[in-house]
Structure formats: structure tokens, C-alpha cells
Design a protein around this ligand. Sequence first.
Ligand code: GDP
Length: 195
Amino acid sequence: LFAGESTFVKGVVAMSGLPPADRLEVCFAGRSNVGKSSLINALTGTKGLARASNTPGRTQEINFFTQGPERYLVDLPGYGYANAPLDVVAKWQRLLKQYLSGRQNLRRAFVLVDSRHGVKPVDEEIMALLDSAAVTFQCVLTKADKVKAKDREHVLEQVRTALSRHPAAYPELVLTSSEKGDGISTLRSIVANLT
Ligand code: GDP
């Protein structure tokens, strides 16, 4: 995977809009503000490719990006908005469920968790959904630069304990900082090596 190979394909609001499942794909999920857009931009080396969607009422789109000719990177809408209208949440959950259980080229989900906060109940909900859809997921800790080394082990332990309750969880964590670049090449090769 090389920088400059990524383009935006489309934003999808219903299953009927999904691009053909003609290549392997990975998806990224996380609470709003977890650093998902920054991570996708860092991963693809394309500034401004993924945009933060910080408006709760905004259309909840699943955004597809290419990563070279053989991969889709899929940006799932951020969840856990404090004031998200219930109908928006319900609609997004329905689409998410359909996407996760019906996408046969989906190889792995990356669940992003803020290094400062660890796994929250709303993350557990997504993880439970991934369990029931039998989609392997890997936890990516974001904003590692914001956590002091001495506090890091505590968060990692909390995350490992949470993951141990989820059968679909892949045990290896990836610690990243989009700001400093930590863990980005590791994550890039994890995506590249999926078959
Ligand atoms: P999203 O809502 O999950 O897409 O989150 P964004 O990527 O928009 O990031 C939310 C906020 O966190 C922004 O102010 C980013 O600048 C900041 N942020 C994202 N990644 C990092 C990181 O690795 N380190 C630091 N210090 N801040 C980050």
C-alpha cells in the first residue's frame, strides 16, 4: 500500500448502494471524535480523504475508499453522539447490522478506541454486533501520543480484558498516533497482508 493510491468511491446510505464486492475490504468503526478520519488519512497518506462528521443529525453514510486496486477501506459512521436523534441511531444500527452480516468480502473490522479512555459501553455494543456477525475485529488504540507511558499499561489491560469477552476479537492490539505516525505502518501492513 502506497501513499497517493486512495480515492473516494462513494457514500452509501442503504444496502442497495454498496459497490460490488469485487475486492477485499476492511472497515473502521469508532466513537465520534476517536480519531477515525485522522487515522484513515494517515493510513492512506491522503490528507482530507476522510472527513470528520461531527454533526449528529447528518446523514449517516458508509464511505468507501480505494486503497490501491485491490482493497476497499470502509469508513463507518461514528457512533456515540451524545445528542443523536433516536431515529438516526436506529437507522444507522439497521444499516450497520445489514452491512456487517451481509458483506462477504469484508475481512476485518478495526474498532478504534481512544488510548485515554479505553473501551466504553458503546464500543462494547459494536463489538457484540461484530461477534454476532462473525466479523473478526481488531482493536486500534488512537491518540497514543496523548497518554503518558506510565498510564499506558493500565489502558491496555482494560482493553485486553474487554476483548477477552468477545469471541470475534483478534487479540493483538495496535497502538497508533496519527499525529506522530506511530503504528501507522504496522496497521498498513496488517491491511495489506489480509487475504
Ligand atoms: P473522528 O471524528 O473519529 O473522525 O475524529 P478526527 O480524526 O476528526 O479527530 C478528532 C480530534 O482528535 C481532532 O481534533 C484531531 O486533530 C484529534 N486527533 C486525531 N488523531 C490524533 C492523534 O493521533 N493525536 C492527537 N494528539 N490528536 C489526534
